[in-house]
Design a protein around this ligand. Sequence first.
Ligand code: ADP
Ligand code: ZN
Length: 444
Amino acid sequence: MSKFPVPDDSCEYFDQEHETMTREQIEALQVERLRDTIKRCQKNPVYKKRLAEADITPESIQTVADVRKLPFTTKQDLRENYPFGLACVPLRDCVRLHSSSGTTGNPTVILHTQNDLDEWANQVARNLWMIGLRPSDVFQNSSGYGMFTGGLGFQYGAERLGMLTVPAAAGNSLRQIKFMKDFGTTAVHAVPSYVTRLYEVMQETGVDPRKDLKLKALAIGAEPHSEAQRQRIEQMLGVKAYNSFGMSEMCGPGVGFECKEQNGLHFWEDYYIVEIVNPDTLEPVPDGEIGELVLTSICREAMPLLRYRTRDLTRVLGRTCACGRNHIRLDRMKGRSDDMMVLRGVNIFPIQIEKILMNFKELASNYLITLTTDDDNDNMTVEVELEELFTDDYGRLQELKREVTRQLKDEILLTPIVKLVPKGTLPVSEGKAVRVVDKRKVYQ
Ligand code: ADP
Ligand code: ZN
């Protein structure tokens, strides 16, 4: 028997006590856990010095808003203290490390104690239970394993819930689909771009997911995707796809997840203090306004992070939900501030382009944005794959291209060069999709 109890199938919540806390209870717990976290951070020389400089002791925290007295932590801090400089416990107490793939820049290292891993698994189990999964489900994890937290993170969470797990990892789509059929997979986790790839292979091999598979839910995340992309995935596979948010620095997947209402990500405030700040002034922004997500992990032992600047841009949608959970709800990520392209002075996020492309049923899901300098002008080329067998009528293709260009221009205020390419010609990544290639000349 597991030492971690699993509720009855009929229970709506995996951890009712924590999931349905009132706002007052959440905030009281946050104050208590933040004080404990500060005590732990004082054992680390880097944090000890910073806290002393800011004149912070655990008693400085009287309300949750007092978190603002604390210094920020940045990715740069993690890099400068690579690999173990921010550990708050001796290495002999750590049982695992994960290293970020370094989507942007050098890798960073995050350490975990056994307790950190257990809490992480609880968070993931809580999320999967929330979208209706139960121990009788068969859960296939089609995301990369190894250093990428989407692998082991979902693995341990799904096992904690008690499901039969299929650690398929990413890639080898034919084998993935065979597993789904043979094992009766009812739930899959994968990055959204890989789900669309899997669907293409199903089409090529005559597998109808609605008839030939037993899927009932998908967890998609780890990379930004638009609402339109999610809806497309739901239509392709005929099941609901729930947004899953996480980052290695906080543990991995499990930090925020959609419930069945699909009205934003519930961020688990018994584990994290959530702030949204203006990235320039670092002051809090009002609810509903977009800003940078700042997270403080208040339940971690090996490497808690104080006011970690995630660079992810989002906004607060609310603090209540019809599902009975009162944890803060955040909008899907608009992107990372470091994903933002500045072209001829205009700020553009890849997700804005995706949102438009996904509106066209004639277009497939794979696209690539290339920035170039031609004759001293910076240009954007958007290559997008056509749905197979759409048409080879030149006139209709030209018409489609004009309409795509027009809608993109309305969205980003610049006219991109649009190229409609045959399906299967753009690169496919098994991990997070690479959507932007910047080949511009840099003028010093
Ligand atoms: P890295 O990408 O730096 O190797 P992680 O694997 O920890 O490290 O990725 C975390 C980042 O992935 C987040 O900060 C965020 O930018 C992105 N991300 C994760 N989940 C989502 C999601 N559901 N929607 C949008 N972005 C996401
Ligand atoms: Zn909810």
